[in-house]
Design a protein. Structure first.
Length: 138
């Protein structure tokens, strides 16, 4: 008995599979890039708030004003890739009394690099990033 085997033509199958997986791979790549930029922005904001809080507790009499602390924190953002005009710093605590807690809160409105990415994954755009630093002046 003779079994006939037909040769199946598989040309183009790899290209079709790649075409099906390409959107998923691109979405993952964009997600990695956006997540990295969000984490970078958060760390820079935390460091800026930390610099402002440190400047507020270190200097002796006369104490730095709220405006000076905000200026120091804003100056930290120079050449970081974050637009200082989109960052809002809030300083709370009694600046003239010692010991006290000085709190610097930073809020940043993050705009995505790829504007359609948030719609694809259901993330609010723009994304508000908030960070807070508390230091005690003793």
């Amino acid at each position: 008995m003779k079994i006939l085997m037909q040769k199946v033509d598989e040309r183009g199958v790899a290209a079709a599979e790649f075409a099906l997986l390409l959107p998923v791979l691109l979405l993952m790549l964009l997600g990695i890039i956006e997540f990295g930029m969000i984490m970078y922005s958060r760390e820079v904001l935390t460091n800026a708030a930390r610099e402002g809080a440190r400047a507020g507790i270190v200097q002796g009499p006369p104490k730095r004003t709220e405006g000076e602390i905000k200026t120091i924190a804003t100056n930290y953002l120079t050449n970081t890739g974050i637009n200082p005009s989109k960052v809002d710093f809030e300083v709370t605590g009694e600046l003239s009394v010692s010991p006290n807690n000085l709190t610097v809160m930073a809020t940043y409105e993050y705009n995505f690099i790829f504007p359609y990415f948030p719609m694809m994954v259901g993330i609010p755009s723009p994304l508000d990033i908030r960070t807070q630093v508390v230091m005690r002046h003793e």
